[in-house]
Write a protein that binds this ligand. Structure first.
Ligand code: G3I
Length: 361
C-alpha cells in the first residue's frame, strides 16, 4: 500500500482496509453476542478470567488470557465486564508482607481497558487464598487492622477510577449458624474490620461500587433461609450505621438441582435498602456422565438466573465464573462434576449460552 500523504488519506486507507474484511470476518463481527444484547439492556454481563491458573491435571500454570487467541476473542466479543478469578487475591498479589506483585492483575485491567470492558475487582478481604506469611503466624487485632488497611488502600488505590465495583468483603458469614465466621478479618466474630474495610475502600477509590459478596444466600426460603437472613441483617446494620456499602453480590454456584422460591423478594429487600445486587460467580455444575437432558436443565437454570436479574431493577451485573469448561474450577473442587459453564472445552456454545441469548433478546 502506498504511503498516505495526509490525515485524509490515512482515514481513506483505514476505511478501505476495514471495508475489505472477508465476508466471513465481517459477518462474524456483525453477529449478535451476549455483550451486544446486554448493552441494549444496560446490563453488565461478564466472566471470571483465568490468568496463572494452576492446572492440576497438567501440573502447570495456565494463562489463557495470555496464551489463547480463541479465549481472548470470545472474552472481548461476548462480555462487557471481566473479573479476576484469582490474580487480585492476597496469595497472588502479596509475595511478602512488604511486597506486592501486580503484574497479572495489571494484565487483566489493561486487557479490559483495551476492549472497553469494566472490571469487577475480586476480592479485597477474604479469609481464604491468603499467603503462607499471613497464615503461618499469630497476629494481634491491631496488626490485623493495620495489615488490612495497608492492603486495601494500596490495591484499591492503585486501580482507583479503573474498577467498576469491588468485592470488598468475601464470604464472612458462616454457612449454617448464620453468625459471622471467626477468622483473621472477623476475629471473635467482630464486624469491626468489615466496617473499616468499606471506609478504607471508599477513601481509596470514591468511584468504585463497594460490595459484600457471598454464596448460598440468594433464596429467602428453603435451606438458604438462615444464611440469607444473616447476610441481610449484617448488610442492614452496615447501611443503618452509614458504612459506605453500595451492593450485595450473590455468587450462584449451582448444580442441576437448583430450585428457588424467594430470590426476587430477596433482591427487592436490598433495593429497599437502596442497594444494588449483582450475580457475581454464576455456574451450574453437572454430574458426570453429562447427558443432553442435563445440558437442557442447565440451560433452564442459566435462563432462570438471568431472568431474576433482568426482572430486578437493582440487579446491575451478571458475571459467570468462567465461560468455557476448559478452565472451570469445578472438576478440581467437585469430584465427578463438570461442564458448569456456557461453552464446551472446545468453545462450542452450549444450550446455556443460547438460553442467555434468548433471555437478553
Ligand atoms: O498459582 C498457584 C501455583 O503456583 C501452585 O503451584 C498451585 C499448587 O499449589 O496453586 C496455584 O494456585 C491455585 C489458584 O487457584 C490458581 O490456580 C490455588 O492453589 C487454588 O486454591 C486456587 O483456587 C481458586 C479458589 O477460588 C481459591 O482461591 C479457584 O481457581 C477459584 O475458582 C476459586 O474461586 C472462588 C472465589 O474466589 C470465591 N467464591 C468461590 C469460588 C470457588 O471456590
Amino acid at each position: 500500500m502506498t504511503q498516505p500523504r495526509s490525515f485524509g488519506h490515512l482515514l481513506l486507507a483505514c476505511f478501505l482496509a476495514t471495508s475489505l474484511l472477508s465476508p466471513r470476518a465481517a459477518s462474524a463481527e456483525a453477529a449478535p453476542t451476549l455483550r451486544k444484547r446486554a448493552d441494549a439492556h444496560g446490563l453488565l454481563i461478564g466472566s471470571a478470567v483465568s490468568l496463572g491458573s494452576w492446572d492440576e491435571r497438567r501440573g502447570e500454570e495456565l494463562s489463557p488470557l495470555r496464551d489463547s487467541p480463541r479465549y481472548r476473542r470470545h472474552l472481548r466479543k461476548q462480555f462487557n465486564v471481566v473479573t479476576p478469578e484469582n490474580v487480585m487475591k492476597w496469595d497472588q498479589l502479596r509475595p511478602g508482607m512488604d511486597t506486592f506483585d501486580f503484574s497479572l492483575a495489571d494484565e487483566l485491567v489493561e486487557f479490559a481497558e483495551a476492549h472497553g470492558q469494566s472490571v469487577h475487582g475480586h476480592t479485597l478481604l477474604w479469609f481464604l487464598a491468603l499467603p503462607d506469611w499471613v497464615t503461618e503466624r499469630e497476629w494481634t487485632q491491631a496488626e490485623q487492622r493495620r495489615l488490612a488497611k495497608k492492603h486495601i488502600r494500596r490495591v484499591a488505590g492503585r486501580y482507583a477510577g479503573r474498577i467498576h465495583s469491588w468485592d470488598v468483603i468475601n464470604e464472612a458469614v458462616d454457612d449454617t449458624s448464620g453468625r459471622l465466621r471467626d477468622t483473621m478479618w472477623t476475629p471473635g466474630r467482630s464486624d469491626r474490620i468489615i466496617r473499616r474495610a468499606f471506609r478504607w475502600a471508599r477513601k481509596a477509590d470514591p468511584n468504585a461500587i463497594l460490595c459484600y459478596n457471598d454464596y448460598n444466600h440468594a433464596d429467602m426460603e428453603g435451606w438458604q433461609r438462615t444464611k440469607s437472613n444473616a447476610v441481610y441483617e449484617l448488610v442492614r446494620t452496615l447501611v443503618r450505621d452509614g458504612v459506605p456499602i453500595d451492593c450485595v453480590g450473590f455468587q450462584f454456584h449451582l448444580d442441576h438441582n437448583f430450585r428457588q422460591t424467594a430470590v426476587a423478594e430477596n433482591f427487592r429487600r436490598y433495593a429497599d435498602l437502596g442497594l444494588q445486587v449483582q450475580v457475581t460467580e454464576l455456574d451450574v455444575r453437572l454430574p458426570e456422565p453429562i447427558t443432553q437432558a442435563d445440558l437442557n436443565a442447565q440451560a433452564s437454570i442459566y435462563r432462570e438466573v438471568a431472568d431474576l436479574c433482568l426482572d430486578a431493577p437493582n440487579c446491575t451485573s451478571l458475571i459467570m465464573w468462567g465461560f468455557t469448561d476448559r478452565y472451570s474450577w469445578v472438576p478440581w473442587f467437585f469430584d465427578g462434576w463438570d461442564a458448569a459453564t456456557i461453552m464446551t472445552r472446545g468453545y462450542k456454545k452450549k444450550p446455556a449460552f443460547w438460553a442467555l441469548m434468548d433471555a437478553l433478546e
